[in-house]
Design a protein around this ligand. Structure first.
Ligand SMILES: [Zn+2]
Length: 144
């Protein structure tokens, strides 16, 4: 499955309606280079005109399938939700605190999917670019 910004945008719109009642607003999408061991990341800022900007980054170092993309994308969308809807600038030490867990549980309860076991499913495209274990842990910690 080839990952593109257009595909991410399509899935984002679909999951926004499906799992978040369409409350998440505009978002920009970016791809990490394949040498970067990240699966996904969320970041936000306020632009020069004072307009809030949300960004989701998706990695290109792994073999994507619909389930993995859904789980990674929904994970990042929960960060967006925590920031914009819950108004949490920080949620726990690593961004996966109480508010984050609450959304993971809600999605599990309402839709029967666990978006949080994504690391079990990952298959890397090129072993050369596979992150080392400590990098995986670091990514997991800072992937907010
Ligand atoms: Zn995260």
């Amino acid at each position: 499955m080839k990952i593109t910004k257009e595909l991410i945008k399509e899935r984002f719109n679909e999951y926004n309606q499906k799992y978040f009642s369409g409350v998440l607003g505009e978002c920009e999408f970016h791809l990490f280079p394949k040498t970067t061991g990240f699966l996904g990341a969320y970041s936000n800022r306020v632009d020069r005109k004072g307009k809030p900007k949300d960004r989701i980054w998706i990695g290109t170092c792994v073999k994507w399938n619909e389930t993995l993309l859904r789980d990674v994308l929904v994970h990042e969308m929960i960060h967006l939700y925590n920031h914009r809807i819950d108004g949490r600038k920080h949620d726990g030490l690593l961004g996966h605190g109480r508010y984050f867990r609450r959304q993971v549980r809600r999605i599990k309860r309402e839709f029967g999917i666990n978006v949080d076991d994504r690391f079990k499913k990952v298959e890397f495209l090129n072993p050369k670019f596979q992150p080392k274990r400590w990098e995986m842990i670091l990514c997991w910690i800072i992937d907010r």
